[in-house]
Design a protein around this ligand. Structure first.
Ligand code: 5CA
Length: 440
């Protein structure tokens, strides 16, 4: 993509309304535009990151045999009356009346709808277990939408649902999700710690929140320092095997959110291992047994022929919130530092002197090579001063920069810069290209 054609309205000034760094940087980098409180349009740069995050989530759901569906955003109120949540949900639910005076709502979550799908089509224990998910926009009329996409009113969520015959089956599903979540966040360069949590309006008695530590997090969290050191991508996983030992490893050390915090237990941890920080909730998983299946009569014929009420769980990931969360975890004074796995482009190619025949030739050759090799590249071919161009590149945080300038070109080199480490090296264009594309 050429910067001269790309729609990326970056800003020099810090927008006054943004209180936290991710919100400021997302606005400054031209990733989002607020439509109204807590509701955002995603502009090309932001949308690319959103899609990358969504894809990692999808791959890790698919890897545990969870099947993707797509349910609507608008739901009939009657389904929610069956579970009893229509009244309970209160003002957070956006209620809509259609032209026939039928009561509808913009879904804040989908337990009722998926339970309805399941009870319609699944009649026998032989069809269990099943895991289904979708990635769909939700609406919750939060009292105080804030921090940009971190606490929006409209936000993108991956929500998965498990259906089993009994608790043992449901626990297996829960463990699969637990492990898949750890891999999902690790692939985005995040350290997410599962913490005992309250189940809130979703209900149930077994629940973990996945929290990343960040000073700007909304909740206070407490955990054992060793959890921060665990590396999930190094753990071999057989999704069909017994995952309990992995879950036990993560849950045997103390980790709790504010609501579940037990000061006495926390005090027993050696002082240098106590972490008391703030955290961002990037996922939440629940086992809630028959909370929805019982009132909604979601049953299957069991082995003896008697009807069995399904044991269910639900598993959410805040896909749009993760865009902000990754930035909270990875930025510096100059801007965003994208982990490679979610970066909107891998390489930012900067031509410092557009119009200079030698610079243009080297830069456009590198650009053509990247395109041919299918390496995602943003080519800054704008006729502007070097300072603002380099500042924009740092701001949008692509993992690698290739800087083509008149002085270097004269001596046959370009500069590559690693955005994260700041390390710069000068190489011949050919070598620079090979170095940055070898692993892509
Ligand atoms: N039905 C369950 C799981 S499928 C559920 O709704 N869980 S939740 O309420 O915990 O939401 C799941 C995830 O969505 C949260 O962990 C959080 O990362 C994200 N999320 C929740 N509310 C918002 C919001 N207002 N803005 C952005 N993301 C949100």
């Amino acid at each position: 993509m050429r910067s001269s054609q790309f729609f990326m309205p970056t800003m020099k000034e810090t927008p006054a309304e943004a209180q936290i760094v991710s919100h400021r940087l997302m606005l400054r980098a031209g990733m989002i535009k607020q439509a109204s409180a807590g509701i955002y349009s995603w502009l090309p740069l932001g949308f690319k990151v959103l899609k990358k995050i969504e894809q990692i989530v999808r791959e890790e759901q698919d890897a545990i045999g969870c099947q993707e569906v797509l349910m609507p955003t608008i739901q009939p109120a009657d389904l929610w009356r069956e579970s009893g949540r229509y009244e309970d949900y209160g003002k957070e639910m956006l209620r809509i009346t259609d032209r026939h005076e039928r009561e509808m709502l913009y879904g804040p979550t989908n337990e009722e709808m998926i339970t309805d799908i399941f009870r319609t089509h699944v009649k026998s224990y032989r069809e269990l277990p099943k895991l289904l998910y979708h990635i769909q926009w939700k609406f919750r009329d939060e009292v105080r939408p804030r921090f940009g996409v971190m606490r929006g009113r409209e936000f993108l969520m991956k929500d998965a649902y498990s259906f089993d015959l009994d608790f043992a089956g449901a626990k297996r599903a829960y463990n699969k999700m637990f492990v898949s979540y750890l891999r999902t966040y690790a692939r985005m360069g995040l350290k997410a710690i599962p913490m005992a949590a309250d189940s809130g309006p979703i209900g149930g008695d077994l629940s973990h929140e996945f929290i990343i530590l960040a000073k700007t997090g909304e909740s206070a969290v407490y955990c054992h320092r060793d959890l921060v050191e665990f590396d999930m991508l190094k753990t071999e996983i057989d999704h069909e095997g017994d995952l309990q030992p992995i879950v036990d490893r993560w849950t045997s050390l103390y980790a709790a959110t504010d609501e579940k915090h037990d000061a006495a237990t926390f005090e027993k941890i050696p002082a240098d291992k106590r972490v008391n920080e703030r955290g961002i909730e990037v996922g939440h998983i629940f086992y809630f047994g028959t909370k929805y299946s019982a009132p909604m009569k979601a049953q299957v014929g069991g082995q003896t022929g008697d009807p069995v009420t399904l044991h269910m769980g639900s598993y959410g990931i805040g896909v749009s919130r993760l865009v902000g969360a990754v930035i909270e975890a990875s930025h510096d004074e100059a801007g965003i530092i994208w982990p490679e796995s979610v970066a909107p482009f891998r390489i930012g190619l900067v031509n410092l002197k557009v119009g200079d025949a030698a610079c243009d030739a080297v830069a456009s050759d590198l650009y053509a090579r990247c395109l041919a090799a299918k390496v995602e590249v943003l080519y800054d071919d704008r006729d502007d001063r070097p300072g603002p161009k380099l500042a924009d590149m740092d701001l949008i945080g692509l993992p690698w920069q290739i800087v083509v300038g008149p002085r270097g070109v004269k001596s046959g080199v370009v500069e590559i810069k690693n955005r994260k480490t700041g390390e710069k090296v000068e190489l011949a264009p050919e070598q620079a290209f090979n170095k940055l594309t070898a692993r892509a």
